[in-house]
Write a protein that binds this ligand. Sequence first.
Ligand code: CTP
Length: 398
Amino acid sequence: MQTIVLGVTGGIAAYKAAELARLLVRGGFTVQVVMTDAATEFVTPLTFQTLTGRPVLRDLFAAADGGSVRHVDLAREADLLVVAPASANTLAKMALGIADNLLTTVYLAASSPVILVPSMNDQMFAHPAVRENLARLEARGCLILEPATGELACGTIGKGRMPEPQQIYEFIRAAVAPKDYKGVTALVTAGPTREYVDPVRFLSNPSTGLMGYAIARALAERGARVKLVSGPTGLPCPAGVSRTLVTTAREMYDAVMGLYADCGLVIKTAAVSDYRPVEVSPQKLKKGAPRLTLELAANPDILKELGRNKGNRILVGFAAETENGLLYARQKLAEKNLDLIVLNDLTAPGAGFAVSTNRVQLIGKDGAAEELPLMKKDELAHRILDRVAAIRGAGDKK
Ligand code: CTP
């Protein structure tokens, strides 16, 4: 588990840092909050303590357990130091190397990456003193997440607003992720497809795209160039990902085939409709007949088609099953010429469509199944990528 030291300084955006702490804890990080005295004027340490399960540290001179030196211990523990919000005052001290409180002292003692999220009034942010300090810190290797433009606490509109916690969280995840997919171009499909019956009705499934979007995001975090082909989901496109939106299985087929040549890795999470209505009524169908029969035609199996022209690509599929999961998943792995298949038992609690967690088994070419515990889809995305990285590594050695 990675440890993040979250420094909170005095600014109105300190309240948003509480939400950031919650997101980090939920994302599986150990979070140690360090507050400056000014920060405690805005939010109480108890808020952070309750969210992180750890006492907030403020005092440079309080004795640490076992007589060790607290700021050195903290600096050693940190896989990442994040200062959010970072006030003009703290930025100035960091730029100059002034160590007059626990946070600025930890900064000097830390060798981990540092992320700074400045937040202040727009005039202050534009002041040459702040610009110079930020430039100096950036030149020293600190990663700066620029403030957003918007309404500020002082009532004006300008650049200085702290980005939303979710955006900071994603920036942090990208910063701590290994860059083991650098140089890889990956194609991910996600979401359902819709097969229209008439202009207002369609056949589909409850896929929300969460799993596929989590994989696309994780790949981008790990340095890949990511192309996402997505059915209708309503999800925002993850940062650094290029997205093509499609509706039907045939549109997905065309989009995937158009992108396939450039990609060395394909992960197909999309829940593609296997059939479409033979006739699509140009007008809304009217009710009347007591029974209505829809004639369906088979859609192309996109992944199977990719498997036929695999070359030296790595292909990963998903299998959504309600019975005989292992048997069907192994069959799909062989039929579609895959390197890995992720078996989703749709009947397991907390797994499958429209939930933020999933429970899966990973089945490789040798047919052996690795059962993973129930976990968040974001975390699972990284576990799947760890497994794919091992397959890539084995391929390199051959
Ligand atoms: N898939 C695809 N094109 C299709 C159907 C499925 O590319 N027309 C892909 C899915 O994206 C997934 C894998 O094939 O990665 C398995 O999908 P799944 O729906 O579990 O199985 P099907 O092959 O459709 O077989 P069945 O519906 O009979 O279980």
